[in-house]
Design a protein around this ligand. Structure first.
Ligand code: DLL
Length: 434
């Protein structure tokens, strides 16, 4: 597969680190000069831009969390005057005020380069026809991927998310070869196609660029087999840029991180101490080249590990493991810590269980209860119903042995669990105000 910018993507690590240090130094000067919040935070720590002499000195910088971005809503963290901001996006949070981020012309150029890398790494070329089924709008997914794919030279169909029948019509009539959306929406498209008697595998569709939400290997296998494609995962977040922060190549062995534009750390989420390579921790990201909305040590809350071994594809950029959990989505049920992704992994191993599930946590009296609602394939539904007690008990036992928690498993009718065209909602926690 082609490498979009070999100069950076296959850079010698020593040269890459030298580049990162130069860029880190200028980023710290940039924010010290231009963002009052960072000037104060740096001054309070007694750190001057000239104190950054090695990459390890990043640890002297303050961490940034969502609160700082909320407190300065909407434009307080912008490092350039509004006349230099050519685009504004916001985070997809559902409650309260969103986090607002801005881009200069230069930022948009970098962003397009980085999403072009992701498309290219999955084998997208100017011969492809790409159906963009991400939401366009304030969400970074649509526009972010759009410009990168145009840059690769492919033909873009900016369908936007939703209206699944129309998506399938376009896919058939326009000869779509690449689908871009969340993994859960890809599965929903597969489901609607199957119900409508459309054999997607006989269509020219061959690649999927999926991101924006966690999805495990079981989910990937399901998508690849039902759509007959190669599915790659890509990661990003609005506060840092949007999509383009990292993405898989065709070998699907971790997401290559854009280390020339961002400095990545993995730390113990409690203490902030660095974790060794290969050890799981919270991903912290410092932007190295952002102009309008630079961030120092942004706390993503996403849990991952990093591997800096050179990949079979030839890229030297380190790879982060797929993000399966966030520090803030861990459920504590009767004292047991459980991530929704652990339950997903169990479900995906049970024959016939569909990749649509909902975890409902509630408190009855003083007791926490957890219910896992699952669906099985249409063809199996009546069989599973006949022996429902045994079937659901079997699934429940597997959850207990994998995560050490007694969960009530409820079989619901196929199609009952809500499908979305964006990010799937996997957990309803009734113990907390929603
Ligand atoms: O979801 C940016 C994006 C759009 C990335 C499209 C890739 C494709 P936010 O809405 O700000 O931005 O959400 C960011 O979503 O901190 C992760 O918890 C989660 N996330 C994003 N991509 C992945 C992924 C976009 N590939 C938050 N795997 C992040 C797991 C992901 N989680």
């Amino acid at each position: 597969m082609p490498i979009w910018s070999p100069e950076y993507e296959t850079m010698d690590r020593g040269e890459l680190e030298a580049l990162q240090l130069r860029r880190l130094q200028s980023c710290v000067s940039w924010v010290h000069e231009r963002v009052p919040y960072y000037r104060q935070a740096l001054d309070e720590r007694g750190v001057k831009p000239r104190d950054i002499r090695s990459l390890e000195d990043v640890r002297r910088l303050p961490m940034t969390d969502k609160t700082a971005l909320r407190d300065t809503y909407p434009f307080g963290m912008f490092a350039v005057p509004m006349e230099q901001v050519v685009r504004v996006h916001s985070s997809s949070g559902t409650t309260g005020k969103p986090i607002v981020v801005g881009y200069t012309k230069g930022d948009l150029n970098t962003w397009s380069e980085l999403t072009a890398r992701i498309a290219s790494a999955a084998g997208v070329t100017s011969h492809d026809r790409v159906q963009m089924a991400f939401l366009y709008g304030m969400f970074t997914g649509g526009w972010g991927m759009h410009y990168g794919i145009e840059r690769v030279g492919a033909s873009v169909f900016p369908a936007g998310s939703g209206n699944t029948e129309r998506q399938l019509m376009m896919m058939q009539d326009f000869g779509t070869t690449v689908l871009v959306c969340t993994p859960s929406y890809a599965l929903y498209i597969a489901e609607v196609a199957e119900k409508s008697g459309i054999d997607v595998k006989s269509l020219p569709l061959r690649v999927g660029l999926f991101g924006g939400e966690p999805s495990g290997e079981g989910m990937r296998d399901e998508i690849e087999s039902r759509l007959g494609i190669l599915a790659t995962d890509n990661y990003g977040l609005s506060e840092v840029m949007g999509p383009g922060v990292s993405g898989e190549c065709e070998h699907q062995c971790g997401l290559h991180m854009a280390e020339d534009h961002f400095l990545f750390e993995v730390v113990d989420p409690e203490t902030g101490e660095p974790r060794a390579e290969g050890e799981e921790g919270e991903l912290i990201i410092t932007s190295l080249t952002k102009e309008a909305f630079p961030v120092l040590r942004y706390r993503t809350h996403d849990l991952t590990t990093v591997d800096s071994a050179i990949c079979q594809c030839g890229r030297t950029l380190a790879r982060m493991r797929k993000v399966r959990a966030r520090t803030d989505d861990m459920l504590i049920v009767r004292g047991v810590n459980v991530f929704p992704s652990q339950i997903e992994d169990v479900l995906m191993e049970v024959e016939g269980v569909q990749p649509h599930y909902l975890i409902v946590v509630d408190r009855v009296g003083a007791m926490d209860q957890i219910e896992v609602q699952i669906e099985v394939a249409d063809a199996l539904f009546s069989d599973a119903m006949k022996d429902m007690v045994a079937f659901t008990k079997g699934v429940s036992d597997r959850i207990t042995s994998a995560v050490g928690l007694n969960a009530r498993v409820t079989l619901v009718e196929p199609g009952t669990i809500e499908r979305t065209a964006g990010k799937a909602r996997r957990v309803v926690d009734r113990r907390q105000p929603q």
